[in-house]
Write a protein that binds this ligand. Structure first.
Ligand SMILES: [Zn+2]
Length: 388
């Protein structure tokens, strides 16, 4: 007999081991009666102990027999103890989901099509791939918390197949009769084999978040009970931290972030304009002699090298070979004006063939990254390409 069916608050019980089996996962025992919840309907299995031995998993087989995977053999009469914090959390999530799904149906007309309870986050999927509006989400959450505050009874009863039509279930049962009916008084009636508290107030709080479209519906992420309170604490702490960093009150941090981002955008534009001016000045200075330019710029990255080399070619410099730094490697850019001349892409390929790294390009422009620091890379390039 499944003791949790009628009493989800049963934390300990005595029973007898009636069967055992072994598989790749370990040793499993069946009890005459058990208060352990086997994984099903989106709810994870209970944990706890049997005769002081850890219960690592609980699964029901196709015949409905409940198997407990135990860390070591147990036999005869045993005391079972349920990991109560875990069970209580599951009860809060499961009842929270019934209430939230009922509220979603009432507010949006959208059915819940599936449910998953995770160790951190739980979700249910509602019909239709479109996201609920922010207003719908808020109204569903408000309605769910209203049902919680009204402290309505959550009751259990068994029903036969011929009663199904008259039960008014939120969705058709996916199991065969008799059905275990979980009712939130005058609000929601579902067929469910899970564990729930006796009153809605025990759920405490429900918080809903729109997650993402899934293949046949839209996923809602939710927290109930202690998880919802922890979610509130985490978010409040995060907001306080952001506000403290910005030096404003928590309620002002959103508007302040908007202002700071606009300022950042303005400064980015200013920096880009100043960079172009500086590159132009640098190119003017380097191009004065009209000679090839071989220059190591260890502090500069490939973008700077490329933009400077292009400016040098535009000013008639016959060949520019610039080296800099790209992460752990040396960066190199070769450029010359359009028209007849050596194939710089091929020249760079010859350099990487000799020194390693990668690179290539067109007859007039080439760039690469080689395993040498900027100064040494420039020396090698000058030695091997000086005749270009
Ligand atoms: Zn349930």
């Amino acid at each position: 007999m499944r003791l949790y069916y009628d009493d989800a608050y049963r934390k300990a019980f005595r029973s007898r081991v009636v069967d055992r089996r072994e598989d790749a996962q370990g040793l499993w025992v069946e009890l005459e009666d058990s208060a352990f919840y086997p994984e099903s309907g989106g709810q994870p299995p209970d944990r706890g102990t049997l005769a002081g031995v850890a219960v690592q998993d609980v699964q029901a087989d196709e015949a409905g027999r409940v198997w407990h995977r135990v860390a070591q053999a147990v036999a005869g009469e045993v005391e079972g103890v349920i990991d109560w914090q875990r069970r209580l959390d599951h009860m809060e999530q499961h009842a929270g989901q019934h209430i939230a799904s009922g509220a979603f149906l009432e507010v949006t007309g959208r059915d819940t099509i599936s449910f998953h309870m995770g160790q951190e986050v739980s979700t249910f999927d509602i019909a239709g791939r479109s996201a609920p509006t922010a207003d719908e989400l808020l109204r569903a959450e408000r309605r769910a918390n209203e049902i919680i505050r009204e402290n309505r009874p959550i009751t259990l009863r068994w029903a036969q197949a011929d009663e199904l039509a008259s039960l008014g279930l939120r969705k058709p049962p996916q199991v065969s009769p008799p059905y275990r009916i979980v009712e939130v008084a005058d609000f929601d009636r579902s067929a469910c084999g899970g564990t729930h508290p006796r009153q809605t107030a025990e759920v405490g709080l429900v918080k809903l978040y729109a997650a993402e479209a899934v293949h046949d519906g839209f996923r809602i992420r939710f927290y109930a009970g202690q998880r919802a309170r922890l979610d509130y604490q985490r978010r409040a702490a995060e907001l306080d931290r952001i506000a403290a960093t910005l030096g404003v009150a928590p309620g002002e941090s959103g508007a302040t972030v908007d202002l700071r981002l606009a300022e950042l955008e303005r400064l980015r534009g200013l920096t880009a304009r100043q960079r172009r001016v500086l590159l132009d000045q640098e190119a003017d200075r380097l191009a004065q002699a009209g000679e090839p330019v071989f220059l190591a710029l260890p502090e500069r990255g490939p973008d700077d090298l490329r933009d400077l080399a292009a400016r040098l070619a535009a000013r008639g410099v016959p060949l520019a070979v610039l080296t800099g730094t790209k992460e752990e490697l040396g960066a190199i850019v070769l450029q010359r004006p359009n028209g007849d001349g050596p194939h710089l892409g091929e020249a760079l390929k010859a350099l990487t063939a000799a020194l390693g790294g990668r690179g290539g390009g067109s007859p007039v422009q080439a760039q690469g990254a080689l395993p040498l620091p900027a100064a040494a890379l420039l020396e090698e390039a000058r030695r091997r390409l000086g005749g270009l």
